[in-house]
Design a protein around this ligand. Structure first.
Ligand code: URP
Ligand code: ZN
Ligand code: ZN
Length: 462
């Protein structure tokens, strides 16, 4: 099995040059200005003239198996990973989200078995810790020491379901520091949200448009400040997921200037959509209910400029697919029962290219850095992933920047029944996607086999 990608413009965080890439087996064997196809007669030759060649993109924040808010997200590992691959994402990191009564080892086994059986792209996990008692402490340590887990997840939201009490959070962070494990965190304030939700519902404010007012920017910024204070006390490294607003980024910046190791993630919905979507009539706004919520459109510029300055280092999706009919409508009488989440694992790369690069908000190097290189580095996968280099996995995306189309649910491989970006102009498309030397997607279609995704070995880098 060999592939020769000829004449493309190789773009990484640090390189921008025309060259050929030759992959033999699962890895990149040679990069040179002109590799003669006759010298590699067994290779499939892909003409990449006029195209970009990117390292396979990595989505650092995805939900697939997600029992949550009385239902389960609709994708399985096959549908979500195929959607990812068609969109140019060759690796994803899924959140393992057990409930408060579940044990960490059993949760890991459950999620891992599903991914091993169905995932078509490569994968890793962040392990959510919702209860940190003696049993959890022993199991979590064992999962890290056996190399199965390299990052944790905590929720400072979802009171009574996923949130972790402060004293347990502190002791988890102490262990994370000792083991060299980074903590990814959903930063809001569960108590403040709960109180505001009850007040709004009591006033008869039950529609999806009240979701954002129930969890204002200050609640998110306060959550970031709180987590960073604990990071300062414990020395743990922290990664703030799905940061939606400038106030939250500022709190992270302030902590970083005090020496806290804090990384900030943006996700596609917060960069492109705004709270007006959640205000759409006839309950359509429910499609756009996620947490933290979509904000005022003026926050977009703050997040994009944070990316340009690298205060915000990664872009994920927070892919959390719940059907509009049959799942989102569980909250028709109360916005607090609308399953939170917006799908997007397929659309991310094109959204970032369209609304980031083509709009002049970030350059191509920043796009690759945020969507591939930094996720690989922060989560211990670099340079196996996130690089176009000899010896790296041959995860490659031949990208056509001149493609123009529209986002539509009809092109989606996710099982969800809507697209959050329906009808928006789309600039660019992954023309050919290669996973470990194998072509798996072409022109928006999945052409790979059943399963085949592998667990990614990860180093403890913190
Ligand atoms: O609304 C969201 N983000 N749903 C998925 C769960 C989470 O908080 O990440
Ligand atoms: Zn979250
Ligand atoms: Zn999430």
């Amino acid at each position: 099995m060999a592939i020769l990608i000829k004449g493309g413009r190789i773009i990484t965080d640090s390189e921008d040059r025309i060259a050929d890439v030759y992959a033999e087996g699962e890895t990149i064997a040679r990069i040179a200005e002109d590799i003669d196809p006759a010298s590699v007669p067994d290779a499939d030759v892909i003409d990449a003239m006029g195209k970009y060649v990117f390292p396979g993109f990595i989505d650092p924040h995805v939900h697939i198996h997600l029992p949550f808010m009385g239902t389960n997200a609709i994708d399985d590992h096959a549908s979500a990973s195929r959607a990812a691959l068609v969109g140019g994402t060759t690796s994803l990191i899924e959140m393992i989200c057990p409930g408060p009564d579940d044990e960490p080892q059993a949760a890991f086994d459950e999620w891992n078995a599903l991914a091993q059986a169905g995932c078509c792209c490569d994968f890793g996990f962040h392990l959510s810790v919702v209860r940190f008692d003696e049993l959890a402490r022993t199991q979590v340590r064992a999962l890290v020491e056996s190399g199965q887990v390299a990052s944790f997840k905590v929720f400072l939201a979802y009171k009574g379901a996923l949130d972790i009490p402060d004293e347990q959070l502190l002791s988890l962070m102490e262990m994370a520091r000792e083991l060299g494990v980074i903590i990814t965190a959903h930063c809001e304030n569960a108590e403040a949200i709960d109180a505001k939700q009850q007040q709004l519902l009591a006033e008869g404010k039950t529609g999806p448009q009240w979701h954002e007012p129930s969890r204002p920017r200050s609640v998110e910024a306060g959550g970031v400040r709180h987590l960073c204070e604990f990071a300062e006390r414990t020395g743990a490294h922290v990664y703030i997921v799905h940061t939606s607003c400038g106030d939250a980024v500022e709190q992270a910046n302030a902590a970083r200037s005090r020496g806290v190791n804090v990384f900030v993630e943006a996700v596609a919905p917060h960069l492109v959509l705004d709270k007006a979507y959640a205000e759409r009539p006839d309950f359509e706004g429910a499609k756009f209910v996620m947490s933290p919520p979509l904000r005022d459109a003026c926050e977009h510029a703050l997040l994009w400029s944070g990316l340009a300055s690298r205060d915000v280092v990664t872009i994920g999706t927070d892919h959390a697919p719940f059907k509009f009919h049959g799942q989102k409508d569980m909250g028709v009488d109360a916005f607090t029962r609308i399953p939170n989440g917006i799908p997007g694992v397929q659309e991310r790369v094109d959204l970032v290219h369209t609304f980031g690069v083509c709009a002049g908000r970030i350059d191509l190097a920043t796009m690759v850095d945020a969507c591939s290189v930094q996720p690989a580095k922060i989560f211990g996968m670099y340079p196996r992933k996130g690089a176009i280099a000899e010896g790296s996995d041959a995860d490659l995306v031949v990208y056509d920047p001149s493609f123009v189309g529209t986002f539509s649910v009809s092109d989606g491989l996710s099982q969800v029944d809507y697209c959050g970006y329906e009808g928006m102009e789309r600039r660019g498309r992954a023309e050919v996607v290669v996973l470990r030397g194998c072509m798996v997607a072409r022109d928006g279609h999945y052409v790979g086999g059943e399963g085949g995704g592998r667990s990614i070995p990860r180093a403890l880098t913190h």
